[in-house]
Design a binder for this molecule. Structure first.
Ligand SMILES: [Mg+2]
Length: 276
């Protein structure tokens, strides 16, 4: 057979799957950093912000493992306790982490600027809103009511402890698509601020949008971003965009406030029969 029929989806964009910290709430993704720093400090192990931020986006227990595997942290642990960190240590530290995290999550549930306008835009497009996160359900049970007070309530939320594994696996996205009753995958877009966010979206077959300024890769508050000299901000933005594009992001924008024009572009590409 010299020619084969090739089907392509040319319909409307149907869903956006949003990450939480650093994407819709908690500009700079500070909540987990504050907690991990406090956790290690309690045990007399010094960790850097870079050590902590290296695992962001992963399910929180995987995030903890990632930090413990950082060479400087593993060495400090070894010196302090005489053995490398074990899986039992992970379990013990994670239990402590969960308690500490619960205390401070509420303080970091403020929506990122432009979220309300973007949500209104999604509503006009009749695009459904799903969400995934590295936080466990018990942590989200604290954040969700806070976010709701500020007007943010996605149509679906799936946590990593409700599926076989968190990012970079696609399971949370699949579960969102089922709950939202959305198909095909190319009718949906994943938006997030970390490299595992991008991988999760690509693994699920979605369009992916990375965020350069509001999230973990820059790791600054909105005031700190505003105070950066223009040249430095541009250089940082470019370096972060490079990382996100290298991981496979289809688009990189500064924050959720810049999403609508990207959705226009994706819709136009779908109409032309393109796929992610
Ligand atoms: Mg995030």
């Amino acid at each position: 057979m010299e020619f084969v029929f090739q089907r392509s989806y040319r319909g409307p964009l149907k869903a956006v799957i949003l990450d939480w910290a650093g994407t819709t709430i908690d500009f700079g993704s500070f909540a987990p950093v504050a907690v991990f720093l406090r956790l290690f400090d309690r045990h007399g192990i010094s960790v850097s912000k870079e050590d902590v931020r290296s695992g962001m986006g992963l399910m929180k227990k995987d995030h903890l493992r990632r930090i413990l595997n950082r060479p400087a942290v593993a060495e400090a642990w070894q010196q302090m306790l005489g053995t490398p960190p074990s899986e039992a240590d992970v379990e013990r530290l994670f239990a402590e982490f969960a308690v500490l995290q619960t205390e401070i999550l509420r303080q970091y549930a403020l929506p990122i600027r432009g979220l309300a306008e973007t949500l209104a835009d999604l509503s006009r497009r009749k695009v459904k809103i799903g969400s995934t996160t590295g936080y466990l359900r018990e942590m989200m049970d604290i954040i969700v009511p806070e976010a709701e007070k500020h007007g943010y309530k996605p149509n679906a939320l799936v946590c990593p402890d409700e599926v076989p594994a968190g990012r970079p696996y696609p399971w949370m996205v699949y579960q969102n698509l089922i709950q939202l009753q959305v198909y095909p995958a190319e009718a949906a877009v994943k938006v997030g601020d970390t490299l595992p966010d991008i991988e999760e979206g690509l693994n699920a077959g979605l369009w992916t949008v990375g965020l350069a300024l509001s999230g973990n890769l820059l790791g600054l508050s909105e005031a700190e971003v505003a105070a950066l000299p223009a040249e430095e901000l541009a250089a940082q933005r470019e370096a972060i965009a490079e990382q996100l594009f290298q991981r496979g992001a289809h688009f990189v924008i500064d924050g959720i406030w810049d999403l609508p024009p990207v959705l226009d572009e994706i819709q136009a590409r779908l109409r032309r029969g393109e796929r992610p």
